[in-house]
Every structure is written in structure tokens, then in C-alpha cells.
Design a protein. Structure first.
Length: 77
């Protein structure tokens, strides 16, 4: 099984892709998803994440079939 990874806003532009699919083997947390998908890129400061469209912290668990999204902090009024 796999984990669907999505990138939004400036992360999408920085990484040059909006999504990808990773094998779920050996991936247990949101942080590990980032590391597996972006081994040459350090985890950005203040990055936001969601698992299956619910906000999650970097140590939140992930399972095969989950969708993990990463996006930069947003501001607005």
C-alpha cells in the first residue's frame, strides 16, 4: 500500500511537484513522510501538515492509504 503526499503554495513551487505517492513500508509519522519524500531537503521551519484533511503535528502517525499534505504557514486577516 502507499501514502499520498501533497504539497501546497510555495512548497509546491520550491519542490517542483504538487503530489506524489510513497510506499508506506517503514513510514510511521508525518515527519518520516517528509524525510522519505524529500531526502535532500530539510524540513522547513513552521511547516503545517494534515493527515486525511485534519491538521496534524509532525509526530502524528500515518498508515497505508493516508493522504499527507504539507503547506507553509498562512497569514491573513
Amino acid at each position: 500500500m502507499s501514502i499520498k503526499v501533497r504539497y501546497f503554495a510555495s512548497l509546491k513551487e520550491q519542490l517542483g511537484r504538487s503530489d506524489e505517492t510513497l510506499p508506506a513500508v517503514g513510514i510511521a509519522s508525518v515527519r518520516q513522510v517528509w524525510t522519505a519524500a524529500n531526502p535532500q531537503q530539510p524540513l522547513p521551519d513552521n511547516i503545517l501538515a494534515a493527515v486525511n484533511m485534519d491538521y496534524a503535528d509532525l509526530d502524528s502517525p500515518v498508515r497505508a492509504g493516508d493522504e499527507v499534505a504539507f503547506f507553509p504557514p498562512v497569514t491573513g486577516g
